[in-house]
Design a protein around this ligand. Sequence first.
Ligand code: MG
Length: 257
Amino acid sequence: MKILNTEFNLDNFLKKLKTDSPRLLGLDYDGTLAPFKIDPALAVPYPGVREELIKVIENPRNRVVIISGRWIKDVLKLLEFKKRPEIWGSHGLERLKSNGVYQTAPVDNQALRGLVEAGNWFTSANLSLRREQKPACLAVHWRGLNTDNHRKEIAKVTENFQRIAGKSGLLVQEFDGGIELRVPGDNKGDAIRTLISEAKENVIPVYFGDDVTDEDAFQAIKGKGAGILVRKKLRKSLADIWIKPPEELLEFLSIFE
Ligand SMILES: [Mg+2]
């Protein structure tokens, strides 16, 4: 574990957790709770994480929310719980509340045309990169590929997504191992801000993430609770603490049991 933010006081934070204040735990999925797999359908949580999360979810002081870049339906296949937590998907564009209410960002005609055009272009370009269709969003992945060998393909996708974004009001967002074209709805930072606004004033928000898209959430939580960067290799981040999965992640989650 390493403290990344010199203004962050770990002892004070741990003391605060011992009070009666409610806690809001936002957790990214891929790379944070589960190791990356070339086939994303096989990316199950690290050993012990599911069991630890069940304990954390059972503590009534905790509100646990999964905030993933994946389509919610794909997160559900990998995270089966008796008591399902709330899930935000597609980097904040979808929300499935714990009571079953589902919301997704609206897509206007211009944005829809842009997404269809991008999908058609990707099909005709016949690239060896992986395509992922999500609500209000089209992602292209190159994780697990040698990026040097696919440099031209990646440049083509980036260039075409930017071209289509420019005329359709869509946004281009890069993430670790890919890029996506999405409607300009909520990102992970907006998701955290919404969740904090719905909580009691004394809520302690904590966010666990690994990717560049998690930086929006770290920014949103700054000075309020703790942003926790979860990854094997340290990188520059707005998070307050860096921990390595899975051991340090399990240790940190157990604080919230
Ligand atoms: Mg991630």
